[in-house]
Design a protein around this ligand. Structure first.
Ligand code: EPU
Length: 341
């Protein structure tokens, strides 16, 4: 049976930035059958479709035409457990952080560095979520997605997903695939990843001799809480811009002027800069406007100071981009997906 469809639905509680803009129609689906029903209806009526996971990586720029479909499918399981690794599978609507906790409860390791990332499992591969030295693609096994152009469910292995920094095939071909369920390959023994210096320091300070994934998870949560605002208290969409990747020559010339600039050489020769640092140097950290601002602890995060509308957020983002371009000659690319408007 088709679930209830809401008209002129306020999206405020469906995006972590807390932007209040209406969706022409909204439906929440629990399974593939309901999803197919909603897509078929939209096709018949000619409504454009917008898929919504946890709404943690999107900015609602204005009212959203057509049909917004919220993925609410639940379920998770250990598919198989081998000598060194195990494969878990979860439905797209599963909450990411709860899945991380559940995997640790199963005695499985690997997801601890990705603790407390807001959003759903189904949205995680879209932008290849990453934090504290680990990216989803490091632990990815495969996923099932509905191809809207053929109506078929396709299985994608890791090498077909075109994972990159905050990027994937599903993001590049936005709107084509609806991710239904995701499989991750985790470790049966602790496999700590402590490359991120503040995490390594926090681990050292515990004095523990044996690796402990739960402790690492707790430390990651502490670090996140110290820098990133809790969306339940202060609306935000995490990092608002991607960290820019520069050709080596451009990075070298910037470093000559700004020797203290954080920079991370990549495997392909390019150099990643810290957008938060660039924004702070451009004088935006802690900036407050009437309804939006730049977080005091982390300049890469734009925050909702109350009643923010999409236009407020986009105006602030444009001002920051302009200043960073003028000061450093670097173009900042927005990280969250933009819908509506
Ligand atoms: N920095 C500043 N000022 C700031 C913010 C950062 O100088 O206001 C400097 C820091 O001191 C550090 C460097 O910039 O030297 C990097 O900062 P941080 O380690 O906080 O990480 P980030 O590059 O700002 C990225 C991800 C985060 C992820 C962290 C930790 C992106 C766009 N963001 O942030 O992901 O949690 O690394 O791995 O890649 C997200 O995607 O929403 C997100 C929060």
């Amino acid at each position: 049976m088709m679930p209830e469809m809401f008209c002129a639905a306020d999206l405020r509680s469906f995006n972590t930035f807390g932007i209040s803009e209406p969706a022409e129609r909204l439906v929440l689906v629990d399974n593939e059958q309901q999803l197919r029903g909603a897509l078929a209806l939209a096709d018949r009526e000619g409504w454009p479709v917008t898929l919504l996971g946890g709404g943690s990586n999107m900015i609602v720029a204005g009212s959203v035409r057509g049909l917004v479909i919220g993925m609410r499918s639940r379920g998770r399981r250990v598919l198989r457990r081998g000598q060194g690794s195990a494969v878990i599978e979860g439905e797209a609507g599963e909450n990411w952080h709860r899945l991380v906790g559940w995997s640790l409860d199963q005695g499985l390791h690997g997801l601890e560095n990705l603790s407390l990332i807001p959003g759903t499992l189904g949205a995680a591969p879209m932008q290849n979520i990453g934090a504290y030295g680990v990216e989803l693609c490091d632990l990815f096994d495969s996923l099932d997605a509905l191809d809207r152009t053929t109506g078929e469910v396709c299985r994608f292995e890791r090498d077909t997903c075109r994972f990159g920094y905050r990027d994937s095939l599903f993001k590049q071909q936005a709107g084509r695939f609806v991710i239904l369920r995701v499989r991750l390959r985790l470790y049966t023994q602790p496999a700590p990843r402590l490359d991120y210096a503040p995490l390594a320091a926090a681990w050292q300070a515990t004095g523990l001799a044996r690796p402990d994934s739960r402790v690492v998870s707790q430390l990651v949560c502490q670090i996140r809480r110290s820098k990133l605002p809790d969306p339940a208290q202060l609306g935000n969409a995490g990092s608002f811009f991607k960290n820019p990747l520069l050709p080596p020559e451009q990075a070298a010339s910037l470093l000559a002027t700004w020797p203290a600039m954080p920079h991370y050489p990549q495997g392909d020769g390019s150099v990643k800069l810290a957008a938060g640092w660039l924004i702070e140097q451009a004088g935006w950290k802690g900036h407050c406007r009437e309804r939006v601002g730049v977080h005091r602890e982390q300049a890469l995060v734009l925050v909702n100071l109350g009643q923010a509308r999409g236009v407020d957020v986009m105006a602030l983002a444009a001002d920051i981009q302009r200043d960073v371009q003028a000061k450093f000659g670097v173009a900042l690319e927005m990280e969250p997906q933009l819908i509506g408007g």
